[in-house]
Structures are given as structure tokens and as C-alpha cells.
Design a protein around this ligand. Structure first.
Ligand code: NAD
Ligand code: FES
Length: 311
């Protein structure tokens, strides 16, 4: 069991869980991930190791609650545990040895780019991070990335930092010259757009692909992607690949395969939770067991009746 020792809400639907995983904290490398399994009946979820503390024996996982399984995971309280954490998995990031790198993080992908930025900075590479969110409250990991170098923060609505997408700030940096590599993590349209910004300049660009994963060992084929016309597996050959060679259209299609099932599972879970809440607060005769709610309901009924009488 891997106990949750710390928990923080980073943006409206992004949560950081710090969990006990001493061996993984000791041996993980930038870019690697784990597959977590909360317990019996739960899905297996791939999550990049956003940070690790060898002394405490913990790793940080940053989770965007987008479906039933991720909602269940972020619902864990401090002291509760995750049954299985497999990893570290995947290849470590190909970090350049010197020069100037730009790390681009979009939304929750900003947490994933953090270990890459730190790994580069530790080698003495100059790091500029370009991070983006829809608006101010969606920007994450800004302070953490400052430890690696300059941070340019962008918001889609201009509520904080530079107004616009991360790709606009990246374009200015690339045009100014002197950039040796770009590392991009975020939504697929963002990573595709980053690849198109750097392609004309021939700047080596790496994208971390969030393919659908099941076993994480190259056996199931779930995470297959096309890179340079070849089929490769994000879990064992990646997750990072040459962004100029990735077939982003195919990746987006495959990511959409289970969207309807996921939405349905989430809706069912929410409905069940609501039914459970209703059952918990109502007696068998239908009367409300919580006095404050009962009074509020009576007040609403009385107001409605008065309205009807007036009408
Ligand atoms: P989002 O949609 O809010 O976008 C975040 C930022 O990315 C925006 O502020 C903008 O700066 C940039 N961006 C988005 N679309 C762009 C475009 N078309 N062109 C240029 N820039 C663009 O992000 P979110 O909701 O936090 O991200 C969720 C997505 O990220 C999910 O699809 C998730 O699967 C994916 N994700 C990817 C990884 C990975 O390893 N690549 C990791 C975690 C999550
Ligand atoms: Fe099964 Fe990669 S997750 S092959």
C-alpha cells in the first residue's frame, strides 16, 4: 500500500498527491512514469512522476480529474492508500548536455515538464519554461519551474502573464535564435502546434505522448503510436518522441476512442453518488432527516404555494 502523505488542489480540476514510494523515488529519472491501481475494480492509470523526494521516500503525482477513475483517485484523503504503483516505467528523457532548452508546458502537462526542466538545469543547461493555462487559476507549477530558470507564463484569456497560447511565446524565442532543444508536454493540439513552430528552424523537439496505456510493458498494444511511419509503443519506446515525426492526428483519434464510455461511466458514478446522498438524508417515509434542509424545503414549498395562490 502506498499511503497519501500530502494533498493539494493546484487548479480547478488538478490535484497533487504525494505518496510513499521510496524505491521509485530513489531510482526514477526525468520523463518516467508509474501506473497506479487504486484497488479492486479500479482502472490502471499512467501518471508521470512530477517530483520525488528521496529523503522522505515519496513521489508527487499530478492528476487531472477528467473521468471516474481519476475522480476516485483525487478523492483519496491523506492517510488513505493506493494499492499498487508500478514503475518507474518508460525511457528517461534525452536531455541535452549544454546550451539553451525551452520547456513548454500546457495546462496539466506543466507538471510533467517539471522533472525535465530540473534535469536539464542540474546539468547546467540554460532553461526557459513557457507555461500556459486557460486563465490564471489554471496555471500550475510556476514557482517550482522558477528553480530551473526563467518562466514565461501565458493565459488564453490574458488574466495573468502574457495573453495567448504558449506557442506564440515559443515562436518569439525561436525567432530570436540560440535555442538548442524544445521539450513539449500538454494537450495534443498544443504539442502538434509546437512541432510546427520549431520545424522550419530545425530545432530538435521532443513531445511526451499521453497515449492510452493498459499494462505499461509493451504487451497489450494499447499505447501504439506512429512515429516516422513506424509503429512504436509509448510505454516502452517513449513516452517522449521526436515531435517532428509523430503522427498527432492518429494519436488524437485513438485518444477519442473511449471518450463516450468515459463520459457515461462518470455520469453513472455521479448519479449513484447523488442517489446515495438522497438516501442518507431521507427517512423511509420521504421526510428529510436534516432539520436545516427540511426547514429550507418547507420554506420553498410555502413560497411556491404562495406564488401559485397569487397567480
Ligand atoms: P488546456 O486545453 O487548458 O490547454 C493548456 C494550454 O495549452 C493552453 O493554455 C495553451 O497555452 C496551450 N494550447 C492548447 N491548445 C493549443 C493549440 N491548439 N495551439 C497552441 N497551444 C495550445 O489544457 P488541459 O486541459 O490542462 O490539458 C488537458 C490535456 O492534456 C488532456 O487532453 C490530457 O490528456 C493532456 N495531457 C497530456 C500529457 C502528456 O504527457 N502529453 C500529460 C497530461 C495531460
Ligand atoms: Fe500496453 Fe504500452 S500500455 S503496450
Amino acid at each position: 500500500m502506498h499511503t497519501v502523505v500530502d494533498k493539494a488542489q493546484l487548479s480547478p480540476n488538478v490535484t497533487r498527491l504525494v505518496i510513499e514510494a521510496a524505491r521509485i523515488a530513489e531510482i526514477r529519472r526525468p520523463g518516467q512514469f508509474v501506473i497506479v491501481h487504486r484497488g479492486p475494480g479500479a482502472e490502471r492509470i499512467p501518471l508521470t512522476i512530477a517530483d520525488a523526494d528521496q529523503e522522505r521516500g515519496t513521489i508527487s503525482l499530478v492528476i487531472q480529474a477528467v473521468g471516474k477513475s481519476t475522480e476516485d483517485l483525487v478523492g483519496l484523503a491523506i492517510g488513505e492508500g493506493i494499492q499498487d504503483v508500478a514503475g518507474p516505467l518508460g525511457r528517461e528523457t534525452e536531455l541535452i548536455e549544454s546550451g539553451h532548452a525551452v520547456c513548454v508546458g500546457g495546462g496539466v502537462g506543466t507538471a510533467v515538464v517539471h522533472p525535465i526542466a530540473m534535469g536539464l538545469a542540474e546539468r547546467g543547461v540554460k532553461v526557459t519554461s513557457v507555461i500556459g493555462g486557460r486563465s490564471k487559476e489554471w496555471v500550475i507549477f510556476e514557482d517550482e519551474l522558477r528553480r530551473a530558470g526563467e518562466v514565461i507564463t501565458c493565459t488564453d484569456d490574458g488574466s495573468y502573464g502574457r495573453h495567448g497560447f504558449v506557442t506564440e511565446a515559443l515562436k518569439d524565442l525561436i525567432e530570436a535564435g540560440g535555442i538548442d532543444a524544445v521539450y513539449a508536454v500538454g494537450p495534443v493540439p498544443m504539442m502538434r502546434a509546437v512541432a510546427e513552430v520549431t520545424r522550419p528552424y530545425g530545432v530538435p523537439t521532443f513531445a511526451s505522448l499521453n497515449a492510452i496505456m493498459l499494462d505499461g510493458t509493451g504487451m497489450c498494444g494499447g499505447c501504439r503510436v506512429q512515429v516516422g511511419g513506424k509503429t512504436v509503443y509509448a510505454c516502452v519506446d517513449g513516452p517522449e518522441f521526436d515531435a517532428h515525426a509523430v503522427d498527432f492526428r492518429e494519436l488524437a483519434d485513438r485518444l477519442g476512442t473511449y471518450r463516450e464510455f468515459e463520459a457515461h461511466a462518470l455520469e453513472v458514478a455521479h448519479r449513484r453518488a447523488t442517489e446515495k446522498d438522497q438516501a442518507a438524508i431521507h427517512a423511509p417515509d420521504g421526510s428529510c432527516l436534516i432539520p436545516a434542509l427540511a426547514t429550507a424545503a418547507e420554506t420553498r414549498e410555502a413560497a411556491a404555494a404562495a406564488g401559485e395562490a397569487k397567480g
